[in-house]
Design a binder for this molecule. Sequence first.
Ligand code: HPA
Length: 274
Amino acid sequence: MRTVISKAVEYIERRVEKKQRLAIVLGSGLGNLVDIVTDKIVIPYADIPGFPVSTVASHSGDLVLGQINGLDVALMAGRIHYYEDGNPAAMMVPLEVLWHIGCRVLLLTNAAGSVHENVPPASASLITDHINFSGLNPLIGDHRPPQFIDLGKAYDHEIADRIREAAKTSGAELHEGVYVWYSGPSFETPAEINMIRLLGGDLVGMSTVPEVILARKQGFRVGAVSLVTNYAAGMRDEELSHEHTMREAALGSENILKLFDALLRDFNDNPLAG
Ligand code: HPA
């Protein structure tokens, strides 16, 4: 294990015992999942050796360890993004650390724009695949084998089915789509959104794709869900901003909370292999 990783793992394991935990990354406005964690231990990223701290004001930046519906979880409340410091591998250390404290399944959430009229703000959408429109890859320069990572089933099919099932049992409305990674931090132009629609994209956002690539290299089974916070650029006469994202996320987060409540109950009753 790399020294930077072992220092962070040691720091965390001095506070909690090593367990097989479900790791969940909380996107903008989805921090309320932390409220349903019981027996929680909150460790600020700033205290964990080698952990990057997000500069986005609304991202709290805590690793939260505890239980949801009886299931052991490790929540990342806040994450660093490529656009913050230009490093597409910014999430490499946190993901490796989560792996080494016992996590094998990673659920990623994010706030995203929708390019479709029939997927309005406050919708939840399962990410079935992605388009890496940034042209960046977090594995460039990482020469540790395996160097070439298959992304044919990057979004685990069984996890996707379990998320669909959880939507049915909880009554949470769930769309599905392909997520397109735009580096940010500027939003897209209307012309870019038209292009994304033509290329087969359904959701657009500034995160998740590099994490999925890093997580697949590490060996995680991955699931991902977007919370739609806005119609993408040019679809409405409104100005996009981070404040707008946070406001709309608050409206839609109940839906995601309902979905995750059912999903984690199911994961606890029928553990995923891995
Ligand atoms: N574009 C990019 N990122 C986003 C958006 C968007 O429209 N909404 C929330 N995050």
